[in-house]
Design a protein around this ligand. Structure first.
Ligand code: OGA
Ligand code: NI
Length: 303
């Protein structure tokens, strides 16, 4: 299966179809590491302080990192890497370019219709409620379902906790998001194999996450770049931390008070990189609008 970019890792050069045009290439992948993205300690006892930190980070950066968050991330990261270390044949069964397949493995974003392919493979599946979807998840590695099941529940707890802190910070009811606004949860595991020339390729082109909130594990290999103050900057890899970023729907709900920020993923020549991403988003039937209590004569609805 030549499409899976992970089956091309022995290539000495980047295949033509993965080379981005000059204006879209990352070029210099050694951008400065952003040391202004806040690292927030969730283990402290002063909740008001944490709320203030999260709110400030969400207003100014749209991104923050969380440490002491209480979720065990090690096994999930391990099994995610194992999935992409298996022989390609073990992943092929799940390969599909059909976006309506809820559990699938694919390369790039939209392989058949795009001009240039991204240097990434992806495993994606829904995970809430776990019991409803677990039987559809990969059978190999054999502990995948167990580990991903436990992780999905824990990471959901953390996501709802952050959403609660954001609600308090915005002056909304505490459970503003604990309903259909957070009813969907998708696990998206990105695998960016070692790339012969990272200056020509992208793991993911620049984008805003469209959902409410995203919790990302980038492990020990950096590669996530965010656009801050007119410049691309790398998010420091803190092995057990979550990188949290607000999706566009959160910008809408907060009527622009909180920011969703553009980001992309670059590739590396020295290491493969695996990231475990959790997207929280509403039921597709909802129409998004600013929270009614955040809109008034002084702050007319911006969306
Ligand atoms: C994403 C994303 C970045 C990364 O999956 O939406 O931005 O570093 N991923 O994998
Ligand atoms: Ni993203």
């Amino acid at each position: 299966m030549e499409k899976l970019v992970s089956s091309q890792v022995n290539n000495q050069s980047v295949p033509e179809s993965y080379v981005f045009p000059p204006e879209k290439r990352p070029g210099d992948v050694a951008v400065p590491t952003c040391n202004t993205i806040p690292v927030i300690d969730l283990g402290g006892s002063d909740q008001d302080e944490v709320i203030q930190q999260i709110l400030k980070a969400s207003e100014e950066f749209g991104f923050f990192q969380l440490v002491n968050h209480g979720v065990s991330v090690h096994d999930m990261m391990r099994v995610a890497k194992e999935f992409f270390e298996m022989p390609v044949m073990d992943r092929i069964k799940l390969y599909s370019e059909d976006r309506s397949q809820i559990v699938r493995v694919f390369t790039s974003i939209d392989y058949c219709n795009e001009d240039v392919h991204c240097w990434r493979d992806n495993l994606r599946h829904p995970c809430h409620p776990v019991e409803k979807f677990m039987h559809l998840w990969p059978e190999k590695p054999s502990r995948y379902r167990h580990v991903a099941g436990t992780y999905s529940v824990e990471v959901r707890g953390l996501a709802l906790r952050i959403l609660e802190l954001i609600s308090k910070g915005l002056g909304l009811e505490r459970d503003y998001f604990s309903n259909e606004l957070s009813s969907m949860q998708v696990m998206s595991i990105n695998h960016y194999p070692k790339c012969p020339d990272p200056t020509l390729t992208l793991g993911l082109p620049k984008h805003y996450d469209p959902n409410v909130i995203t919790l990302l594990l980038q492990g020990e290999v950096s590669g996530l770049h965010v656009f801050q103050d007119g410049e691309w900057m790398a998010v420091e890899a803190l092995p057990n931390a979550f990188v949290v970023n607000l999706g566009y729907q959160m910008e809408v709900i907060s009527n622009g008070q909180l920011k969703s920020v553009e980001h992309c993923a670059v590739t590396k020549s020295t290491a493969a990189r695996t990231t475990v991403v959790t997207f929280i988003y509403p039921d597709m039937d909802n129409i998004m609008e600013p929270a009614p209590t955040l809109v008034n004569v002084q702050s007319p609805p911006l969306y």
